[in-house]
Design a protein around this ligand. Structure first.
Ligand code: OVM
Length: 404
């Protein structure tokens, strides 16, 4: 028997790239290719962390919750040694067994059965929005006109928060996703408003301000039944408000961008609107609205021919895995004929996005409403990127439409 040779940590490929620098956030794809080709595990000298960029290793790390924990934080900061910027999430930043009751409850509250009654309403809401937008002209910025508007119209109502202060949701989420990265200028930009925004979000999570029929009330009802504690309930509502807005805005931007920039794909969707789900998942693969999370090793973990010692932060690049040519043919192409299932854009394993059915339903409603009225979609100018440490986002998506 021959022992598998292992690479010593000091002999790993090293990159001095900063994945959170503005030029990389503007166009991260060359860096993702460089990291994938450097090897299965790459040391990032700037932050002294290990990075995974190939599909196989990112997938294996994501599902290995036993040896790659979330409780030390899923950003660059190690919560064992550094103070978190807010009380940790009881879902995202927790491990079994503490993670499991909140996950089970939220899985039920946001499950496909629970969403069934929202479907008809959201398609009607999307048709109304599309009518308003098209009535105002056939050239517009789809981020401002659609991608930011639709989730903010339907999701806060579905959670059951009041009408005041909803403009706080996007800036709060944007800061939360910046805070998973290093303490750079993007984090500094958000800091002046953290106390105000956190205060508002905290108020929305109390049972008193929530309507009786929303996701928030369903979470509190689970606390009444003893399925979660009354301390966990408001933090679970906070998870919805943190993770459920910016992500869907950028996901809807991404699918509209994919359709507008890949001739022929809109025709396919228009001919068969049941492709709306595939289109959205393909966009989540292609753009990866959530680009990465970190985990922390709880023990020595063999990954890609090296042994990562206990207590190290490991960057899982979902976005690089989603463009890995070892896994995907023609990975840079947005393609409605491919099967995007298995993409890493919602993560994988125990922590895989619990809100993915909500996200899909929002995107589907928008795409179905558009498919009923629109013949063609094309780019009317260059897109402008919005930079965030862990989100891939558009600030502007100029579109030109024709009607059917
Ligand atoms: C949470 C949370 C926050 C940000 C992202 C996320 C993508 C979850 O508070 O649980 O998942």
């Amino acid at each position: 028997m021959t022992a598998t040779p292992t690479t010593a940590l000091d002999d790993l490929p090293v990159s001095d790239v900063d994945p959170f620098a503005h030029d990389v956030l503007e166009d991260p794809l060359p860096v993702y290719q460089e990291l994938r080709e450097a090897g299965p595990v790459v040391r990032l000298s700037r932050y002294d962390v290990l990075a995974l960029a190939r599909y196989e290793e990112v997938h294996a790390a994501a599902v290995d919750w036993q040896r790659l924990e979330s409780g030390a934080g899923v950003g660059l900061a190690n919560y064992r040694t550094e103070q978190p910027w807010r009380p940790p999430s009881v879902l995202l930043e927790a491990d079994p067994p503490r993670h499991d009751a909140p996950r089970r409850v939220l899985g039920r509250v946001l499950g496909q059965r629970a969403l069934h009654r929202l479907r008809v309403r959201w398609v009607a809401d999307a048709e109304q929005l599309v009518d308003e937008v098209l009535g105002a002209g056939l050239e517009f910025d789809a981020v401002r006109a659609i991608a930011q508007v639709f989730p903010l119209r339907v999701f806060p109502d579905a959670v059951g928060i009041g009408p005041e202060g909803r403009e706080n949701l996007l800036p709060y989420g944007d800061h939360a996703f910046n805070a998973f990265g290093p303490p750079n200028d993007l984090v500094a930009k958000g800091e002046p408003r953290v106390a105000e925004l956190s205060g508002w979000v905290g108020e929305q999570c109390a049972r008193e301000g929530l309507t009786g029929d929303g996701f928030g009330a369903a979470i509190w009802a689970a606390a009444d039944r003893g399925e979660i504690t009354p301390q966990q309930a408001p933090l679970m509502v906070r998870s919805l408000l943190t993770a459920g807005v910016d992500t869907t805005v950028h996901g809807i931007s991404a699918v509209l961008y994919g359709l507008a920039s890949h001739p022929g794909e809109w025709d396919r969707l228009r001919a068969d609107p049941s492709l709306a789900r595939i289109a959205f998942d393909e966009a989540v693969r292609w753009e990866s609205p959530v680009q990465l999370f970190f985990r922390t090793t709880t023990t020595d973990v063999p990954i890609g021919g090296t042994v990562v010692p206990a207590g190290r932060k490991v960057l899982m690049s979902y976005a690089a895995a989603n463009r890995d040519p070892r896994r995907w043919s023609d990975p840079d192409r947005f393609d409605l004929t491919r099967d995007p299932s298995g993409h890493m854009g919602f993560g994988m394993g125990l922590h895989q996005c619990v809100g993915q059915h909500v996200a899909r339903l929002e995107a589907e409603a928008v795409l179905i409403a558009l498919s009923r009225r629109v013949r063609s979609i094309e780019l009317a100018g260059p897109v402008r990127r919005h930079h965030n440490n862990t989100l891939r986002a558009l600030d502007s998506l100029p579109l030109r439409l024709t009607l059917r």
